[in-house]
Write a protein that binds this ligand. Sequence first.
Ligand code: UDP
Length: 473
Amino acid sequence: MGALNLEDLPLKFHFIPYPAPGHMIPLCDIATLFASCGHHVTIITTPSNAQILLKSIPSHHNLHLHTIPFPSHQVGLPPGVENIGCANNLENSYKVHQATKLLQSPIHQFVEQNSPDCIVADSLFLWMDELANKLHIPRLAFNGFSLFAICAMKSLKAHDSMSCIIQGLPHLITLNALPPIALTKFMEPLLEIELKSYGLIVNNFSELDGEEYIEHYEKTTGHRAWHIGPVSLICRTTEEKAERGQTSAVSVHECMSWLNSKQPNSVIYICFGSLCHFSDNQLYEIASAIKASEHQYIWVVPEKKGNEDENEKWLPKAFEQRNKGIIIRGWAPQVVILGHPAIGAFLTHCGWNSTVEAVSAGVPMITWPIHDEQFYNEKLITQVRGIGVEVGVEEWSIIGFMERKKLVGRDIIEKAVRRLMDGGIEADEIRQCAQEYAVKAKRAVQQGGSSHKNLMALIDDLKRLRRYKPLDS
Ligand code: UDP
């Protein structure tokens, strides 16, 4: 028997997800991906988040959860509220964010005692760079954005422009409005510290971000980005898919059997992610638009806990009695719904996960961004890749819980819905393009596909790094 080669041994990873669905879901999918390649993976999280993960991540003998207590009382949160997705209001979501800063010391202690070959952490943990440097551990950064959005943010900053045209990108991109200064200020340290990491992991495939943006990013930053997605395509059961992120508010089988009774591309799916709460007036406008369009729908509306009447107040008269659709009050099994052939369009806030999940399912999008990088994602969808149409919103919020000043009227919502759902040449072209990207997405994650090759190359790189680890670490 030959000598054991260090490069044949599995790598040891620590994954540290940020407690918000849009961050935690994809990073834990990435953790599963590394575990399924035979590496030892530990996800460091808190007790309530671990409960959510246990239901949705496929069990794997080399994938473990390590829980550390959540400092609820130190920040004044009720027990069990450990995720921004369960925070329900701006104040509590801020407290969850504050609590994540207090996790530094227990995480440091755990990592020091159980040193991995690599840390893969959310960029929102700004202190992670210091920790990884102190312990001489390579760090991969993850921020949950598309690389296109990162390039757009960096270009806006570099050109310090007061115009909505983003200079210096491979395409001429025009925003509907400029981002608020507070948001730019929040993003700056995150994007800076990220550049000090060994590389950036992106939940996307290179065909959707485009080689031109990957080149642009690497040339302008000198930093490496690894496209290894879409990670929602990892293998798991329908039940695991349905519980991805939170417990589904509906029976996935009932939902599927309703969809099974519908024609292909005849139902519009409406969901604004895990953080967006609209006013009753805004919900009324959406309901009026859907009613006027006469299309069938599945509409996800966050539940208003403790007051059942509040859940109904905003609906136009006899809206639900028309039997045209389903309103899901709470968490929807989104990936399962998007994968059904009856879904013909997705009215979305352009959160990156929702976007890449729609692309993977070949569903064209009606874009209505709310906050953060969603406004750049919208442009990738509509101006660059041609797989969606815009509602035409201009108002940026800092976070989804915030009240918006302007109401988005029913007429422009209905118009955008009809552009995709009524058929015609434009709708057919967009749908075809969306379906072509779905084929590319699936190909990317298969053996020999672009994302699979990137994953293998990244693992090889990390094995080489392990060989050169300093002796004192
Ligand atoms: N999601 C879901 N059911 C819901 C709402 C959201 O499964 O009712 C999932 C969705 O599939 C996606 C994530 O939650 O994976 C939301 O992430 P995204 O980046 O789209 O938006 P965010 O919630 O961060 O604004």
